[in-house]
Design a protein around this ligand. Structure first.
Ligand code: PLP
Length: 416
């Protein structure tokens, strides 16, 4: 990873723990963090656990990336950090965000969980912020592990010490369960028992998500937050989907991770090929620049849930859905809402995240059910942000030919 990114890297048992470490290191408790509302709810709880207030960013409807130009000036001024999402591997505008953060003197932290092979402005995603966190559960398929990377190499030792204080000691039972899990899962799949296994977990009350979003439990959450910054009290929310997120890795875990990481380039090549295939379909929008080895390709379909059901009938599970956006999910008690929620809600509702490794099968199912493409609405009410020095003031004297009428600045003009 150091070679790929040209930066110091620190192994962490999960991306979420890496992000927690970064947020604790760079942000004073009580600070505000701009983040994407179309993101895993786990990351929302990581921000809360770090004692920070999530501030939801406006997004672009076509690809779900952060629309930095639509962030109001007043929001920028109150921030302690910006956290990108790089959803499905599609980069957020990190160079623009970096420039903004530099002007404000705040850190840029990149969540590169989905974006291990993605590039933005000629640089690897994760190589632009003050810190970035990667997940080895995604492209690599290790289902454990990640990396925290830092721009300033002198911070590595300090962060390693902070990480070690957060780790739970390796447990033989957890290590064994990790080692056996792929075989158990393959067995269940081979016997076509996936549905039955899910139903059994539901019956046993062990299913953590009954919908896309985990249950919020607002009153419990509010109580847990009185202890923030702290990971322990937020544990029930932060651990969802990966209970070993802070477990020190045993030898088996590290060996499997190492082996899978060795095959990363081939994996990325396969993701790139599938991505290109999916981007050539009518459910994708043309994208500028060369294709990236996306982790998931967000096709835009009119009746997304019908498509998901059709895919499920062919035993293709669609994951990584983030609907509704986090501000709708958690409400103003726990987050500042996006100033322009419409495009994010539209994208969250219509994006069908397709695994590029299954591109052919998915295209065949979508063709068979004649799935209709969805196209994002044109944003008519883009906020016109009036810079403070240029506020409109009604003229005190009627305008003459020599004093042109005062005009509101138009969005898109230089400096607006
Ligand atoms: C966008 C995003 N960031 C971070 C994470 C957390 O990664 P990990 O499971 O390695 O903690 C996830 C998990 O799915 C994710 O989807």
């Amino acid at each position: 990873m150091r070679r790929r990114l040209g930066r110091e890297c620190l192994y962490v048992p999960s991306c979420r723990l890496g992000l927690y470490l970064a947020l604790r290191h760079w942000c004073p408790p009580g600070g505000r963090v701009l983040m994407s509302p179309v993101n895993d709810d786990v990351i929302f709880f990581v921000v809360l656990a770090a004692g920070l207030r999530p501030v939801q960013a406006p997004l672009r409807a076509d690809d779900g990336s952060i629309d930095s130009a639509a962030v109001p000036e007043s929001t920028w001024r109150g921030l302690s950090a910006v956290l990108t999402a790089n959803l499905y591997g599609n980069p957020d505008p990190a160079p623009e965000l970096r420039a903004r953060c530099d002007r404000l003197g705040i850190p840029l932290i990149e969540d590169a969980a989905h974006a291990i092979g993605s590039v933005v402005a000629g640089r690897p995603v994760g190589g632009i912020g003050d810190a970035s966190a990667f997940s080895l559960s995604k492209h690599t398929g290790a289902k454990t592990g990640g990396f925290l990377t830092v721009a300033d190499p002198t911070l590595r030792e300090e962060l390693a010490r902070a990480r070690d204080l957060l780790l739970e000691p390796a447990r033989l039972t957890a290590e064994l369960a990790y080692g056996l899990r792929p075989y158990a899962e393959a067995g269940v799949r081979g016997l076509r028992l996936t549905g039955a296994a899910r139903a059994a977990l539901r019956l046993l009350g062990r299913e953590e998500r009954t919908g896309i979003r985990m249950e919020l439990r607002p009153n419990e959450l509010a109580r847990a937050l009185t202890a923030a910054p702290a990971l322990d009290t937020l544990h029930p929310w932060v651990r969802v989907d990966l209970h070993d997120y802070r477990l020190a890795p045993g030898r088996l875990r590290l060996r499997r991770t190492e082996r899978l990481l060795t095959g990363l380039d081939e994996r990325l090549a396969a993701h790139l090929e599938g991505t290109q295939r999916l981007l050539d379909t009518r459910w994708a929008l043309p994208r500028p620049g060369p294709a990236q080895p996306l982790f998931r390709v967000p096709l835009l379909v009119a009746h997304r849930d019908a498509a998901i059901a059709a895919l499920a009938r062919r035993r293709i599970t669609v994951g990584y859905l983030y609907d509704p956006p986090l501000d709708t999910y958690a409400g103003e008690r726990f987050t500042d809402p996006s100033p322009r929620p419409g495009p994010a809600a539209w994208f969250a509702r219509h994006a069908l995240p397709v695994d590029p490794l299954r591109a052919r099968q998915v295209i065949s199912v979508l063709t068979e059910i004649d799935a209709q493409p969805a196209r994002p609405p044109v944003t008519r009410h883009a906020p016109v942000r009036v810079p403070r020095m240029q506020k409109y003031a009604p003229p005190t004297t009627p305008p003459t030919a020599r004093t042109p009428p005062a005009q509101l600045p138009v969005r898109g003009e230089p400096g607006v």
